[in-house]
Design a protein around this ligand. Sequence first.
Ligand code: NDP
Length: 315
Amino acid sequence: MTAGAIPFVARAGDSETDAWVQALQQAMPGERVVRFDALSAEERATCTVAVVANPEPADLRQLPALQWVHSVWAGVERLVAELGDTPLKIVRLVDPQLADTMAEAVLAWTLYLHRDMPRYARQQAEAIWQSQPYVPARQRTVGLLGLGALGEAAARRLLTANFQVRGWSRKHKAIEGVTCFAGDDELQPMLTACDILVCLLPLTPQTTGLLNTERLAWLPRGAQLINFARGRIVDDEALRAALVSGQIAHAVLDVFATEPLPPSEWQWKHPGVTVLPHCSGPTDLGTAAAIVAGNVGNWRQTGELPPAINLGRGY
Ligand code: NDP
């Protein structure tokens, strides 16, 4: 294997580019890690691997010898969509630290809904002194859409807080303590008992608009929603109507079809929505750089790539 420079390719204006280059260089002292715009002409012509964070596809097309890219993000749906039918292998970040951070966020925001915090905030705004009925966690069912690296960690964390936990994936899973469902046919039976539904699915042609009017109606009336995956999995207008009708009591949204969420969007002002700025699962530079370094080092030594995205499946 010919060792060449490893460019870090991010979208123009990404303020974290230099921090990533530094963290990756520290984790791979035997490699030369450089910003994409600092590559020499010879390096552009010869580099075989790039580390990427939501890169411009046009930048990657300027690297003719490129064999694979390692994303420092767990979600690579935009890259998959923008690269289209590419021979390039795309490897995404699978980081136990990220799974732990996301599991913590799922538990935090599930507890926020479980303990009626949006309602108490509204009561405080109107100086209303009124306690709400308490429901023990063991009587609440939390459903996870997606039981992958993040969904499974979240399911396990929710069990430690005594919630009833259900999960849905494409293929059947067995996770102790979790009632598992799989495939389109089992989505309705999964949703019918979920008091709180947490979305941790990748965005693919199959999951785009998955949570539409029909499927939101499969939830018990007054159910609550947490979307930590990708905005387009939820049909925004269906959600808005479900909030108005009371089918959905509250939604915690960390991800949106357009980010940053434009100030004119209805979610900002809706009393039934908590808006978060895509902060549920931030990447840890140190652990992510170490994982990338391990994967690149192993490939340099053995020629073996880590598991890549299945482009046909979309994740
Ligand atoms: P994985 O690929 O590990 O898991 C995806 C899960 O979704 C799997 O259980 C998979 O099923 C399931 N799934 C995919 N398609 C379908 C379908 N059509 N029907 C049923 N189940 C399906 O992904 P991660 O857990 O690592 O990440 C999930 C998503 O979280 C990312 O794609 C990203 O969009 C988002 N994310 C958000 C962050 C944030 O800060 N808000 C941070 C990081 C990620 P199976 O197990 O059978 O393959």
